[in-house]
Design a protein around this ligand. Structure first.
Ligand SMILES: [Zn+2]
Length: 237
């Protein structure tokens, strides 16, 4: 069978679409109670353990390097504070490795796009699927304005604690009439600007090549309308 990344004919691994380590916080004692009401969302949570024959051994290893980076940087120890008390304040995570971060995030989006599983049916990058595949293969993260990445930290409204147990598949959104994809994992609502890669008006909110990631807080029950956060800040019409 053909590996979806290198396109060589070889034995394929049963690859995860969403990396397994992202589910680890769900099983921590203090996080066991699910505080988010799934019915309030426009899509179901992604269950643990969804796999598909996608990648060869070498490509699993290729993507695994960025998974290891993200797992360590995000969770060991947690890069986000346990609680985010202030509702409208941007906080910035600094010192990230831009290339590894960007390539990891794009690799999750790309896997969802190439997956044939019904859980990821709303993810379809079209011609951008090939472009992102080439970036992943070449270890080339591109500049910050190529597939701009915006991030909002997901918090529970009353406790203000960061919600790690919400893992949502990509859905298409339109931002300034441009196609974007939103997906949720690691306590963050990630937004990828696809068509035209977004606009420069958003640059103040995007992952930078210096490794800075600005995060706006969004309450978990408002996740479907996270774009309103950016709109309310007067940056988007
Ligand atoms: Zn391969």
């Amino acid at each position: 069978m053909q590996c979806r990344l290198c396109q060589k004919d070889c034995t394929l691994r049963n690859s995860h679409i969403i990396p397994e380590f992202l589910y680890r916080p769900l099983y921590d004692e203090k996080h066991r109670a699910l505080l988010v009401e799934p019915d309030s969302l426009d899509r179901p949570f992604v269950q643990k353990g969804l796999r598909e024959k996608l990648l060869c051994d070498a490509c699993e290893g290729h993507l695994g390097r960025w998974e290891s980076y993200f797992a360590g940087r995000w969770f060991d120890p947690n890069i986000l504070p346990d609680e985010v008390p202030l509702p409208n304040q941007v906080m910035t995570v600094s010192g990230l490795d831009y290339a590894k971060m960007k390539l990891f995030l794009l690799s999750v989006l790309w896997r969802a796009s190439v997956s044939r599983r019904s859980e990821f049916r709303n993810a379809s990058l079209g011609p951008h699927e090939v472009k992102i595949r080439e970036m992943l293969l070449a270890d080339h993260p591109g500049p910050a304005d190529a597939y701009r990445v915006l991030a909002a930290v997901v918090v529970q409204r009353e406790s203000r604690r960061v919600v790690y147990e919400m893992i949502l598949p990509p859905v298409q959104k339109r931002v300034q009439d441009r196609v974007s994809y939103e997906l949720v994992f690691g306590g963050v609502d990630w937004l990828f600007m696809i068509s035209g890669h977004g606009t420069s008006e958003l640059d103040g909110y995007c992952l930078t090549e210096h490794g800075d990631l600005p995060l706006l807080p969004v309450e978990s029950d408002r996740i479907a309308s996270v774009l309103a956060l950016y709109q309310n800040r007067g940056k988007l019409r």
